[in-house]
Design a binder for this molecule. Structure first.
Ligand code: HEC
Length: 140
């Protein structure tokens, strides 16, 4: 479901403000869709419950991260920005020698804005925003 296009008469600044306003609320992220994407694209390494125990885990070095411990490993705060950058390849670690593929191109297209843990908006894609929403629900 795409937000309706801003009227052509709006200035780019107003259009951007509209985009931020439309995409920012957590309700715009669909955790169920994110889980489905995760099962299709990520679970064979990270495991269906994202605990780093997928079928491929045994042959990966370093092993896939336990994605249910991301908040615990970050002082109790889910590291929104780091996870986004890790998935789309903006994190330099992703581009250099990690066994995890870079998903940036795969998820290109439908832009979405997510509020990071510091309150700053981070531009990403709808699929990544949905995966993020699901991952946030399974932290332990
Ligand atoms: C081919 C196996 C593989 C696939 C597929 C894969 N990952 Fe990973 N992932 C890894 C490995 C291995 C690591 C740990 C090593 C590293 O950080 O490079 C990792 C690390 C991560 C991290 C970093 C965790 C941290 O502490 O910052 C995140 C987030 C992540 N993966 C999310 C995902 C998501 C979401 C998907 C699906 C869109 C996915 N991964 C698909 C192998 C994979």
């Amino acid at each position: 479901m795409r937000p309706s296009r801003p009227a052509a008469a709006l200035s780019p600044v107003l259009a951007l403000a509209g985009l931020l306003g439309a995409a920012m609320p957590a309700a715009a992220q669909d955790a169920a869709a994110g889980q489905a994407l995760f099962l299709a694209q990520c679970a064979y390494c990270h495991g269906e419950g994202a605990r780093g125990d997928g079928p491929r885990a045994a042959v990966l070095n370093p092993p896939p991260a336990d994605l249910t411990r991301l908040a615990a490993g970050n002082g109790g705060v889910f590291p929104v920005r780091r996870v986004i950058f890790r998935i789309d390849g903006r994190d330099p670690l992703a581009a250099h020698g990690s066994p995890m593929p870079v998903f940036g191109e795969f998820f290109e297209g439908q832009e979405a804005v997510v509020k990071s843990e510091s309150g700053q908006p981070v531009l990403t894609s709808k699929p990544v925003a949905d995966i993020l929403a699901w991952l946030a629900t399974i932290q332990r």
